[in-house]
Design a protein around this ligand. Structure first.
Ligand code: GCU
Length: 345
């Protein structure tokens, strides 16, 4: 029986096509007596998230190094976010970093973060995301799917960038713009009057280069870290979304940990966020400089209100269509008001 199980497990790994990449014989996660913890993410090895994950690795190995070794797989080498989430879901790997847009099809409460102009300030965004006690209620929403979010990473503010300059919402009409593979982002893009083209992050560079799409929407690091600034020279600060990335763990694995071990992993996650957030601010400033001076990208300041007005109906439509986002929407409005009031004082 054991023999059959082993063969089946090995066959599963081969079909998943990750055996060679993971350097595994038969998908075993234990080498040299240590349990290997595998983390997949979509960014390069200089990206704030990678640096945050290095902290995660350091802390886990410092405290539980006799038992666990953490391996980080960057650049979507284990597959796109969607694929890597599936691998985490089945336990083929243990953790993945992915944007909430990729979680919408598992738990529709995550649609909230794709709602255009949801947060009215970065301060409000950070306060909501840093409130772990509140966010844990949201993080539990994917338990049935077999995974749980441990912490969040800042992925900045999303803006349009394209081969042609976008100054007003009218400039978006007729353009084909890549969005994340998220129903809510498609809805938003349609409201902007552009054609939404959902695809994985790794495909965007070539799609712009070959003219399959006219542009995309993302933070400044996409221009430099992912080199999109080589193929799209106009970046407009219309600031339509703040979509966080999440560190997601296989639930069975998390539940298999003793209380002490679980605490170590949770602290490691918290520390990784601390590093990521600090790095984020530094790297965004650097990215703007590199994009402008070395890549020839033009940053365009736009009338944000005009873009807001264009998608004003989307918030209401989303709230009417999805009963799971009402509570968090109200919660975010309260936090938004705190900062708007402060500004007004
Ligand atoms: C950002 C974000 C990623 C996301 C990507 C995308 O880079 O950090 O998690 O996948 O945008 O647009 O797909």
């Amino acid at each position: 029986m054991k023999g059959i199980k082993r063969i089946l497990a090995a066959a599963l790994c081969v079909t998943m096509g990750i055996t060679t990449l993971l350097g595994m014989s038969g998908c075993s996660s234990v080498t040299g007596g240590k349990r290997i913890i595998r983390i997949s993410h979509a960014q390069s090895e200089t990206h704030p998230e990678h640096l945050g994950l290095l902290k995660f690795k350091e802390y886990v190995e410092e405290n539980l190094g006799d038992k666990y070794e953490v391996q980080i797989f960057p650049n979507e080498i284990l597959g796109s976010a969607q694929r890597a989430i599936e691998l985490t879901q089945t336990g083929a790997i243990d953790f993945v970093v992915a944007g909430t847009a990729n979680l919408e099809t598992f738990a529709d409460v995550y649609e909230i973060f794709s709602m255009p102009y949801l947060f009215t300030s970065e301060e409000a965004y950070h306060e909501v995301m840093n409130d772990t006690e509140y966010m844990n209620q949201i993080y539990e929403s994917t338990d049935e799917a077999g995974f749980r979010v441990l912490t969040w990473y800042n992925a900045g503010t999303r803006n349009f960038y394209a081969k042609t300059p976008i100054h007003t919402p009218e400039d978006l009409k007729g353009l084909k713009i890549r969005v994340q593979q998220s129903p809510a982002s498609v809805q938003m893009m349609e409201a902007f009057g552009a054609a939404a083209s959902p695809m994985s992050f790794g495909e965007v560079y070539t799609a712009i280069q070959q003219g399959v799409i006219d542009g995309a929407e993302n933070n400044e690091l996409a221009l430099t870290n992912n080199k999109h600034g080589e193929v799209a020279k106009y970046f407009s600060y219309n600031k339509h979304q703040m979509v966080p990335d999440m560190l997601i763990g296989n639930l069975k694995f998390l539940n298999s940990l003793s209380d002490e071990e679980r605490e170590v992993f949770e602290e490691a996650a918290r520390l990784s966020t601390e590093v990521e957030l600090e790095e984020w601010d530094v790297q965004v400033e650097e990215a703007k400089k590199i994009a402008e001076e070395d890549m020839g990208v033009e940053f365009i300041d736009v009338d944000i209100q005009a873009f807001k007005d264009q998608v004003a109906g989307v918030q209401e439509d989303m709230l009417a269509d999805n009963e799971h986002i009402g509570d968090i929407y109200d919660h975010i409005q309260e936090i938004n008001a705190k900062y708007t009031d402060e500004e007004a004082e």
